[in-house]
Design a protein around this ligand. Structure first.
Ligand code: F6P
Length: 337
């Protein structure tokens, strides 16, 4: 069999480990041929596709980013001008046919799963693997990239404690996560956040201010506030900037903000993400060998399974306020807004 593999959407630690998992399993265990598609779905449009051999796959396990490159190309997206017909799908199908690719492996987040579903509905054999630091892909307990981003954010939060304590300040740190609060919840709890704000839970500056002042009354002269980038703010203000201003105004505490940004997407994956990537990559190749297409690989409890792509497309996995990290956090006196 000849399989093509592409990586699409935001990059993250663990993509190269996944490419390694798919391709080395395909070549060594199933005797398949593997072709790398550059820059996500744009590579299918531009026919920017190269054969991958075992030699190309060394040193990938702990390498950040993606050797194939990525893009946010959405080939099925309707064009604005009604006149210009969107011929991208037909072009992709022709290139796949001309190259005689038997299956396309799509590694990506929600946008990628949606495009992969449309490609499958157009008759292409597709298997997808969930990838995102946001952990917001529905149907899988975790996606690789998430544990690495949480580890990076937690290390950053740990460092804020000493500077906050030395200056008796409130430190606000904004973490990624798009519209979901998974990174803020997991890194906020692991990093000892005193206030953790999630897009999924409403917040009130008065409550936040009271938490900080109550802490002061107990002799805690600094506080750490962890904010998800996707929280609601007036006029679309940046989360950390807005919350820091409001806290300083509400409490009179000297407050500073840090936006962690793309550092959460860089560098080597954690051991957990490397092994998750290897497991998911290998399982994707097994699905192809068994002729099971139109499915997304998923972590389900302690096992790796798969679910129909149709079930995933268009859905978002957000934080439920009954998550036990939130329940336990509240019992510790942490303010969630
Ligand atoms: O989806 C991953 C992510 O890092 C989000 O957390 C963030 O909001 C978004 O990508 C940033 O998008 P871009 O890489 O296009 O700036």
């Amino acid at each position: 069999m000849r399989i093509g593999i592409l990586t699409s959407g935001g990059d993250c630690p663990g993509i190269n480990a996944t490419i390694r998992g798919v391709c080395k399993t395909a070549i060594n265990h199933y005797g398949m041929e593997v072709y790398g598609i550059h820059s996500g779905f744009r590579g299918l449009l531009d026919n920017d596709i190269v054969p991958l051999t075992d030699k190309d796959l060394t040193g990938l396990l702990n390498m950040g980013g993606t050797i194939l490159g990525t893009s946010r190309e959405k080939p099925f997206k309707k064009r604005h001008s009604a006149s210009s017909e969107n011929n991208k799908p037909a072009l992709m199908l022709k290139n796949i046919q001309d190259l005689q690719l038997d299956c396309i492996v799509c590694i990506g987040g929600n946008g990628t799963q949606k495009t992969a579903t449309k490609l499958a509905q157009a008759g292409v054999n597709v298997v997808s693997i969930p990838k995102t630091i946001d952990n917001d892909v529905w149907g899988t307990d975790s996606s690789f990239g998430f544990d690495s981003a949480v580890t990076i954010a937690t290390e950053a939060i740990d460092r804020l404690h000493s500077t906050a304590s030395s200056h008796q300040r409130v430190m606000v740190i904004e973490v990624m996560g798009h519209k979901a609060g998974w990174i803020a919840l997991y890194s906020g709890m692991a990093g000892g956040g005193d206030v953790i704000l999630l897009p999924e839970m409403p917040y009130n500056i008065r409550n936040i201010g009271n938490t900080i002042i109550e802490r002061l009354k107990k002799g805690k002269t600094y506080s750490i506030v962890v904010v998800a980038e996707g929280i609601k703010t007036p006029d679309g203000k940046k989360a950390a900037e807005y919350i820091a201003q409001e806290i300083e105004y509400e409490t009179g505490f000297e407050t500073r903000e840090t936006v962690l940004g793309y550092i959460q997407r860089g560098g080597a994956p954690t051991a957990f993400d490397r092994n998750l990537a290897t497991r998911m990559g290998g399982h994707a190749t097994e699905l192809i060998a068994n002729g099971q297409f139109g499915r997304m690989v998923a972590l389900q409890g302690s096992r790796i399974g798969s679910i129909p792509l149709e079930e995933v497309a268009g859905k978002l996995k957000t934080v439920n306020e009954n998550h036990d990290l939130i329940i336990q956090g509240k019992r510790l006196g942490i303010c969630f807004g």
